[in-house]
Write a protein of this length. Structure first.
Length: 107
């Protein structure tokens, strides 16, 4: 039996993002996950002026990501922006065993 990967989408909405376009981009990511035989279990969003350079999301959201990954048995975390080296490390440090992808990685 093939196991479908369980996915957590994390998305930052910056001041430059229009609400309708932001929502559309999340729906597009969900469709890509489904096409890749994955299942989006949870979507976590945060409004920020810019992604945090060291952690992508704020420290509180990092803890929330960790809890969701454990509770929902997440296999893959996908972010809606390309992550800097610090952002990748910050999320990976918290999620540890979960694969981390960005929107760019899906194409």
């Amino acid at each position: 039996m093939i196991r479908i990967e369980r996915v957590l989408l994390i998305a930052i909405m910056t001041e430059k993002d229009e609400n309708d376009r932001f929502i559309y981009s999340l729906e597009e990511l969900k469709a890509l996950v489904k096409t890749a035989d994955g299942m989006v279990v949870h979507t976590l969003t945060q409004k920020r002026i810019n992604p945090h350079p060291a952690t992508y999301v704020g420290e509180g959201k990092l803890e929330e990501i960790k809890a969701i990954c454990v509770e929902e048995e997440i296999d893959v975390v996908i972010a809606n922006h390309e992550l800097s080296g610090g952002g990748k490390f910050g999320i990976f440090r918290i999620t540890l065993k979960f694969e981390l992808l960005t929107e760019v990685s899906l194409f």
